[in-house]
Structures are given as C-alpha cells and as structure tokens.
Design a protein around this ligand. Structure first.
Ligand SMILES: Nc1ncnc2c1ncn2[C@@H]1O[C@H](COP(=O)(O)OP(=O)(O)O)[C@@H](O)[C@H]1O
Ligand SMILES: [Mg+2]
Length: 478
C-alpha cells in the first residue's frame, strides 16, 4: 500500500553490518533493532533495552518472538514482508516487558540487506509506542490491503447499487408509462362501451317505438280501406235515396245544403286518399326506424346497402329540411346497381349516421359562416361558393367483383391538413363541448377497418367540402 510503504533511498544491493548499525543507532533516541530474516536479534540500541527493562547484553542472540506476544509464525511472516518490499512495512508488535506488562508498539521495518544464498536478510525495525494498536500482531499492510479491497468492494457494491437503482428507476418509469397507457386504453374502452351501450339502447328504443307505432298504424291502415268502402256504400245509398225521392222533406233538404253534400262526396275520397298516403308514410318511417336499428341483425347478414343509407337519411330527415337560419340541404343520390353485401347492418348504419351527421354539421357551420359574411362585406370567393347551395352527394359503386365503394361528399367547410391528420383519433373534435365527442369517426374507422376488413378515407379541399369514401368487400367478414 502506497500510504504505508515509504520508499527509501537505499539501493537494494547496499548492506549494513551490525557494527555500522550500532554506530548510528546509538545516537538515535528511538528504539531500533537489527534482526535477521528469521527473527534473530543482531543488534539493538539502548532505548530498546530501556523499554523492555533489560540490559542490552541480555538481548543479544535472542529471537524477536521471545520478546513479543505474537507467534513466531506471525513474526516471520512480517519479516518476510519487510525483506521482500522496497518500501517501509508497517506492523504492530506487543512487547513483553520485564515487569510482566505488555506494551503495544508500531513498528516500521525496512530491509537493509536483502536475502542471498550466502547470508540471511538484515532488517531494521524502528519501534514506536502505540497504545491503541491491536494486541494481536498484525501486518498492517495486509490489513490496509484488506481494507482497501473492502473499500473497493464497497465502492463496487455502491456502483452496482447505483446502477440497480437507475435500472429500477427506468423500470418504474416504464411501468408507469405502461400503466398510463393501460389506463388510457381502459378509459377509451370504457367510453366506447358507453357509446356502444348508448347506441344499443337508442337502437332498442327506436325499435321499441317502431314496434309500438306499427301496431296501431296497422289497424288504421287495415281499417282505412273498409272505412272508405263503407263510406262509399253509404254515399251510394244516399244517392239512391235522392234519385228515389227527388223532392224530399224540407228538413232533409236543409241538411243536404248545410253539410254541402256534393262537396262532401267529392272531398271524402280525397280525404281517404291522403289518409292512406299518410299511414303509408308512417309505415315507411317505421320500417326505416327498424331498418336503422337492425336489432335483429347483430349477426352477419346479406343486405341491400342502399336501404341502410336511405333509412339513415330518413332518421336525419329533420336536419336536412330548411330550419331557422339554415337552408335546406339537398341530398343527391347516385346509386349504382349493387349486389347484397355481407356485413353487420346495424353497425354499418351507424357509420352512415356518423358521416352524414358530420356532413350536416359542416354544412350548418358553413351556413352560419355565410350569414356572418353577409354582414361582413368583405366576403371571400370561397365563402360565396360554399354557401349557395348546401348539398350532400351520396354515390355507390361496384368497384370489381369483390369490392363496393360508398362515397359521401358535402360542400361544407372542408377539412384542413392539420385536422385531417387527427380525424380518426379518439376524442378528437373541433366542435364545442356537448356538441362533439370526437368518437364518431374513430368508431366508424373501427367498424369499417376492423369489423369489415374495409377502408375508410377522407379527401378534402379546405373550404370546398369533404368527401368520405368507404370501401368494403362484398363478402366482407371472414
Ligand atoms: N364532413 C366534414 N367536414 C368538416 N369537418 C369534418 C367532417 N367530418 C368530420 N370533420 C371533423 O372531424 C372531427 C371529428 O369528427 P367525429 O369523430 O365525428 O367527432 P365529432 O363529430 O364529435 O367532432 C370533427 O370535429 C370535425 O372537425
Ligand atoms: Mg361526429
């Protein structure tokens, strides 16, 4: 150990005789011993004798271990360490004093003549009183080495601990991120479930209402025919009476005039006709409601896509008509001849609903925009263009023997690139709170792409409108 091996200036080959040693040791106040590599005392100075309480002559020829409590083994080991080191080797010796007491000394050992085949090594020991040293003989260098190793080990352990700590932190961070992701996913799933639940209860309600309306309407429709016929019969009877008794009682004559019998006869047929048209319309609406909810068709089914689109339009009819500040939205259908498509009809209708509702929202927004620009004289070209004639164009097409396409285009505000990149993200909405949930297109994408192995794309020229194109396989789901 650096701190304990004090480099001496001696040449490794230099030597000193016991006589020369005594010569200079005599004048030095500290206890000095010259010992052989085996531990035999070759010379000592007076301070050594003083410490031990002996005379110097008594020390001559003695072995070092006879003067100390440490074992000869330990002593030899220490001396070997001294003779094999170029540095000063520090050790501890417990001297046995003449009065029976012991004294712990620190020793500094240095070889002054190395071992050779001809002669033993000569080692100079310098003693220093050390009260606190251990009572066992120790090679402090070894101890220090051990301590250094221990320090090293601890450092390594600390390093390892630090590294483990860092790894742990990283893992904790990873776990936290994973947990956050899971939480987000769960929240999304929960919202989807709620949405699906809402759609399903809406569907149930719609189907329920449709069913409830259907029955009474059927009575009316069924009886309308008979009612018409009975009235015709009664009118016929009146006619016959009139022919048989042209000059009836004045009382009857007055009544005939009062009820304007001729007009009544003419009008009642029209009336029945319009009642018939009305009930037929109710029946159609009921059919559309049932078609839209398609509760009975949660399973894959072969359906006519156009019926789905039409029933969805029927549900949205009230939003297409002119209202307050909004002009009527024209729906232009360009249907091609399509085969029946194997799909989940209820879900597909939900997609039509989401896309059509968005188109209506965009057209309404553009209508408000145009009102604003009417006040604002600096109307831009595009604003003029947008708002003249709000319309939705629905086109269906057979792409090849396996695929069909449905495109729904509006001439509303359109979608800029920034919005377009987030369109299908869950919860992305540009609408005000309460109006937009940001789930419509996300759910539509899931239904088309995941449920039907199809594609859903959006094309838009900002300020001129947006077009959503659904492509689905005719035999869409495996
Ligand atoms: N036809 C469209 N024209 C303009 N913007 C649209 C159209 N369809 C969708 N968007 C934009 O996409 C966003 C997301 O739509 P959607 O997922 O249905 O959620 P929401 O309708 O609840 O906002 C809308 O907020 C709107 O900004
Ligand atoms: Mg929407």
């Amino acid at each position: 150990m650096q701190i304990c091996k004090v480099e001496s200036n001696r040449e490794s080959g230099s030597s000193m005789t016991p006589e020369q040693f005594l010569e200079f040791a005599r004048v030095l106040p500290e206890p000095l011993l010259l010992v052989s590599g085996e531990g035999q005392l070759l010379a000592t100075n007076q301070p050594v004798a003083d410490i031990l309480g002996l005379r110097r002559q008594e020390l001559r020829g003695k072995m070092l271990f006879e003067l100390v409590t440490e074992s000869s083994n330990d002593i030899v080991k220490y001396l070997q360490a001294c003779s094999s080191s170029r540095a000063m080797v520090i050790g501890s010796l417990t001297l046995r004093m003449n009065d029976g007491q012991t004294l712990i000394c620190r020793s500094q050992g240095a070889v002054i003549q190395p071992w050779s085949p001809e002669s033993s090594a000569l080692i100079l020991l310098r003693l220093e009183n050390r009260v606190l040293a251990s009572s066992n003989f120790v090679l402090l260098n070894e101890k220090i080495d051990e301590l250094a190793k221990e320090v090293q080990r601890r450092k390594q352990a600390e390093e390892a601990l630090k590294k483990a700590n860092q790894e742990l932190e990283i893992r904790v961070e990873e776990r936290t991120t994973a947990l956050q992701d899971t939480l987000n996913e769960l929240q999304l799933t929960q919202t989807q479930l709620i949405q699906a639940e809402k759609m399903s209860s809406l569907g149930q309600m719609v189907a329920g209402i449709a069913h409830e309306i259907n029955n009474p309407v059927s009575f009316i429709y069924g009886n309308l025919h008979h009612a018409h016929k009975y009235t015709q019969d009664l009118l016929k009877l009146v006619e016959i009476y009139q022919q048989a008794f042209p000059n009836t009682l004045p009382e009857i004559q007055r009544q005939v005039e009062e009820i304007d019998l001729d007009f009544l006869i003419q009008d009642i047929t029209k009336l029945f006709q319009s009642m018939k048209v009305g009930t037929e319309r109710i029946q159609e609406i009921v059919k559309s409601l049932r078609n839209f909810s398609r509760l009975d068709e949660a399973e894959l089914k072969q359906v006519n896509i156009h019926e789905g689109i039409d029933s969805t339009l029927m549900i949205l009819e009230h939003r297409l008509q002119a209202r307050h500040e909004y002009p009527e939205i024209k729906v232009i259908k360009k249907y091609s001849k399509l085969p029946n498509v194997t799909c989940y009809p209820g879900q597909l209708n939900q997609v039509f609903m989401n896309i059509l509702a968005n188109a209506i929202d965009a057209l309404e927004a553009s209508a408000l925009n145009s009102q604003y620009s009417k006040v604002n004289t600096q109307k831009t070209e595009s604003q003029k263009l947008i708002n003249n004639n709000p319309q939705i164009q629905i086109k269906t097409e057979l792409l090849d023997e396996k695929w069909i396409a449905i495109s729904i285009a509006d001439n509303g505000l359109g979608i800029n690139e920034q919005v377009r990149s987030k369109l299908f993200d869950p919860f992305f909405t540009t609408k005000s709170v309460g109006k937009g949930t940001g789930l419509g297109l996300y759910i539509s994408y899931q239904i088309i792409v995941e449920k039907h192995n199809g594609q859903l794309n959006c094309f838009s020229v900002p300020e001129k409108g947006a077009k959503f194109v659904i492509k689905i396989p005719i035999q869409s789901v495996s």
